[in-house]
Design a binder for this molecule. Structure first.
Ligand code: PLP
Length: 379
């Protein structure tokens, strides 16, 4: 614990409307601890398929090697979460605005199913701080990679776990043994009971005094300071991200080299309804699009960009671009890539807060260059 980190934890907890928060070394640490705080070897969680590639790897490989099974289900059908659950399901997991699929998760529907079964919903709200408020819709835990919009400059890596204080762990002793049975690592404390005098923070307290103590994924206070600074401009930055991304999405929709644009405002059917319902603060700063000419065009487009940085991060003030099929999602099979919303020509932009004319000029010259290269290769 550290006083600077404490300020960050209190502010992010307030931002999300939670009861307490625990800052950790990275977004990955936050996701891992969020689950390990409830599940041990032999247990399982049910997760949406629509995940950031690193989280997918954590779930499919590392947690599996630790004996925690992750059952992946398609969030298009919320009932699939109930169908995949059993007496050893300790949590549901999803991203609000999944990176890179960008189809908003049905938070209330799945949170309700879980609450009936004693299973909390953990939501990664990294891509939508201020835009979506998962606790208002029944999520029990929120995680963030602070590395993204909250930091805003890609200078520091950090993560945070926020306890909504809205899940009554004591009501489900069998479904949630981690918080309801004596913990031998802390004088036999039963966390659901022991935390009562401090408020509804049993989950956050356990994460801090067991996982953070034992595994040591602490956030450095200097990075906490950077994130506090980032938080101070987040409301202004996020508005600019949303405004610019929206214009980029419209621009790409009209471009002949682009087969399809993926932006929550331009989606149709259920995805559009969910986007509209949950993204109350705007449709976000991420835009995906598919190039007509596939894998090589995707790679060439990234190489041709001049203003956009080629970085796997999202949420920087600078515009960033990535071709998931050759980078973040290259370890996934084609089927897994398709489940995560990625295909050969798919490019994901994290639109920054530069002047929109500069952003559109860079996209135009890069698309023109790819078109010229494709023509040349065909001749
Ligand atoms: N969650 C989401 C949605 C992400 O996009 C990322 C990183 O890209 C992470 C978690 C992991 O965060 P970190 O890089 O801080 O470990």
């Amino acid at each position: 614990m550290n006083p600077t980190t404490d300020v960050l934890e209190q502010r992010v907890a307030a931002l999300e409307g939670g009861a307490a928060a625990v800052a950790v070394a990275s977004g990955q640490t936050a996701s891992a601890y969020a689950i390990q705080n409830l599940a041990v070897a032999g247990d399982n969680i049910v997760s949406s398929t629509d995940l950031y590639g690193g989280t997918h790897n954590l779930f499919k490989n590392t947690l599996a090697q630790q004996g925690i099974e992750v059952r992946f289900v398609d969030p298009a059908n919320p009932k699939a979460f109930a169908e995949a659950s059993d007496g050893r399901t300790r949590a549901y997991y999803a991203e609000t605005l999944p990176n890179p699929k960008l189809e908003v998760f049905p938070i209330a529907e799945v949170a309700d199913i879980g609450r009936g079964l004693g299973i909390p919903l953990i939501v990664d709200n990294t891509a939508a701080p201020l835009l979506a408020r998962p606790f208002d819709h029944g999520a029990a835990i929120i995680v963030h990679s602070l590395t993204k919009y909250i930091g805003g400059h890609g200078t520091s890596i950090g993560g945070i776990i926020i306890d909504g204080g809205n899940f009554d762990w004591g009501t489900y002793p069998e479904q949630q043994p981690a918080l309801n049975t004596p913990d031998p690592s802390y004088h036999g404390a039963i966390w659901a009971e022991a935390a009562k005098p401090l408020g509804p923070i049993a989950y956050a307290l356990k994460a801090r005094v067991t996982l953070l103590r034992d595994l040591g994924g602490a956030l450095s206070p200097t990075n906490a300071f950077h994130f506090i600074q980032g938080l101070e401009t987040l409301p202004l930055r996020i508005k600019e991200h949303v405004k610019n991304a929206s214009q980029v999405a419209d621009f790409l929709s009209q471009h002949p080299a682009v087969k399809r644009v993926n932006y929550p405002r331009l989606q149709s059917g259920t995805a559009a309804k969910r986007g509209h319902h949950y993204l109350r603060g705007g449709y976000g700063g991420l835009v995906g699009f598919e190039l007509r000419d596939g894998f090589e065009a995707g790679r060439a487009f990234i190489d041709a960009l001049k203003l956009f940085y080629h970085v796997a991060n999202i949420g920087d003030v600078r515009s960033l671009a990535i071709h998931p099929a050759s980078t973040t999602h290259s370890q996934l099979s084609p089927e897994e890539q398709a489940d995560a919303g990625v295909n050969a020509g798919y490019v994901r932009l994290s639109v920054g807060i530069e002047h929109i004319d500069d952003i559109l000029a860079d996209l135009t010259q890069a698309l023109d260059k790819v078109a010229a290269d494709v023509r040349e290769a065909a001749e």
